[in-house]
Structure formats: structure tokens, C-alpha cells
Write a protein that binds this ligand. Structure first.
Ligand code: ATP
Length: 252
């Protein structure tokens, strides 16, 4: 069985079927992209994978276990983390603190004064800061670590969001339009960065409108339109698929 197995998931909002029996699978270490026109249902798929929306039909199996009835926090703990279409950093916190927010998702402290002052707590906190700095180093952001998130260039803010997702300990990272708003140089750096994540063993699912990013980096692509799957395959197959060209690629 695949690392992530999505079987016929459906989400309705009143009369709208936002996602209609979508199935896909992702193997460990793959980069898989989900593409399609605006309103196709892509972000809704991410919201179902992360437990933000309960699915109406179907099942989601991750690492051999069903996760579609878990709460968002439990899904993060099971190893899936995400970034958002619109950057959601704590702008008034420092870079390293933003990464630390990710590490705290995995533990729950009883924040009694006696606990905070205990050597064990302090040691664990030190280890978290150390780990956060290691993550920042691994993505080339450590020189910013004491700067406020709001002062980072746009492309680096997006990287920082990914750093926070990694800090949760997740191995499956969902990226929602990571190249949105980036200039060509930032997109190129992002491409290299995502490739480096794959080399480190992360599995990635990406929603992206920038076709040069999608075609360059994806192992496989799924296309949805009006909530329905319309094609899947290798980048070259998708680029030449008549139905995909008509519904999406041929536009604009
Ligand atoms: P984009 O590329 O523009 O981000 P998308 O493919 O991510 O689009 P979704 O945001 O998943 O599309 O939306 C799919 C459909 O579901 C749209 O018709 C949208 O209006 C509808 N929808 C999404 N979330 C909700 C909600 N919470 N309540 C009602 N309708 C919603």
C-alpha cells in the first residue's frame, strides 16, 4: 500500500460538491502535485487531509492507518504538516521563535511554574531551540534567526513556513501554492529547496499554479476540475493531455 492512500473522498458545502470522489496515492519520498483551475477543490483536499474539514465520503489512509476521523492536532502528530496559500507566520515573532512554534505542536506541557523551572523542561527547551536552529541552517535561514519574521523577503518567509512545518517532525509536507507571489529567482531557489527536502527523505504534496515549478519538480501530477479528477500521470503526459489543456493549461 502507498504511503498515503486517498480513496474517493468527497466534500459538500450545502449544494456545492467541492470535491467529488477524488482518489490518489503518494509513495514515500515522492513529490506529487495537484493542479487545476481556480475553485477546482485543491485546497479543500488539503483541508480534508489535515482534518480541518471532515470528509463526507471515502477514506484517507496514511502509513497504513486511517486518519480521516482524527483531529487536526492528531494528524500533525501522525506525521502530516502543511503550509498555507497565504503566509501564516507570526510576523511579530523572531524567525527562530516561528520555527519553535512548530516543535511545540508535538508536546503538551503542563505549564506550572515548577515544571517550567525544572531542569528537565529547560533541557528539553534547549534541545528544541538547538533543533530549530539546525532546521534553519538546513534551509539557509539561520542568519535571520533573531530577525522578526515580518522583515524577511517574501521568498524567505515562504521558506520559513516550510521550516515550521518540518519542525513538527512531520515527514509528509503539504505545500499550498509555495511559489505564489515569488519572482523567477525566488521560484528557482524554491525549486532547489523542495528538491533538497526530497533528498532528505521528505514526501511532498504540492498545490501550485506555476507550471514551470510543477513540471520541473513533480514525480507525478493529479489534475482536478470542478471537484472531479480528470487526469493523472507524469509531467510530460499531463502537459500533452488534451483534456487538461482544455480545462486548465490552455487558459490565459
Ligand atoms: P484556488 O486555486 O483558487 O485556490 P481551489 O482549487 O483550492 O482554488 P477550493 O478553495 O478548494 O478550490 O474551493 C473549491 C470549491 O469549494 C469552490 O467552489 C469554493 O467556493 C468552495 N468552498 C471551499 N471552501 C468552502 C467553504 N468553507 N464553504 C463553502 N464553500 C466552500
Amino acid at each position: 500500500m502507498a504511503y498515503l492512500q486517498v480513496n474517493g473522498i468527497t466534500k459538500r458545502f450545502g449544494g456545492i460538491v467541492a470535491v467529488d470522489k477524488v482518489s490518489f496515492e503518494v509513495n514515500e519520498g515522492e513529490i506529487v502535485s495537484i493542479i487545476g483551475p481556480n475553485g477546482a477543490g485543491k485546497t479543500t483536499v488539503f483541508n480534508m487531509l489535515t482534518g480541518v474539514y471532515k470528509i463526507d465520503e471515502g477514506e484517507i489512509i496514511f502509513d497504513g492507518k486511517p486518519i480521516h476521523n482524527l483531529k487536526p492536532q492528531q494528524i500533525v502528530k501522525s506525521g502530516i504538516s502543511r503550509t498555507f496559500q497565504n503566509i501564516r507566520l507570526f510576523q511579530d515573532l523572531r524567525v527562530v521563535e516561528n520555527v519553535l512554534v512548530g516543535t511545540h505542536i508535538r508536546t503538551k506541557y503542563n505549564l506550572l511554574e515548577s515544571v517550567i523551572r525544572s531542569p528537565k523542561f529547560r533541557k528539553e527547551e534547549d534541545e528544541k531551540v538547538f533543533r530549530a536552529i539546525e532546521i534553519l541552517k538546513s534551509i539557509g535561514l539561520d542568519h535571520y534567526r533573531d530577525d522578526y519574521a515580518e522583515n524577511l523577503p517574501y521568498g524567505d518567509q515562504r521558506k520559513l513556513e516550510i521550516a515550521r512545518a518540518i519542525a513538527t517532525g512531520a515527514k509528509l509536507i503539504l505545500l499550498d501554492e509555495p511559489a505564489a507571489g515569488m519572482n523567477p529567482q525566488e521560484s528557482e531557489e524554491l525549486l532547489q529547496f523542495i528538491r533538497s527536502l526530497k533528498q532528505k527523505g521528505y514526501t511532498i504534496i504540492m498545490i501550485e499554479h506555476d507550471m514551470s515549478v510543477v513540471m520541473n519538480i513533480s514525480d507525478r501530477i493529479y489534475v482536478i476540475d470542478h471537484g472531479k479528477p480528470i487526469a493523472s500521470g507524469l509531467p510530460a503526459e499531463i502537459a500533452n493531455n488534451e483534456r487538461v489543456i482544455e480545462a486548465y493549461l490552455g487558459r490565459g
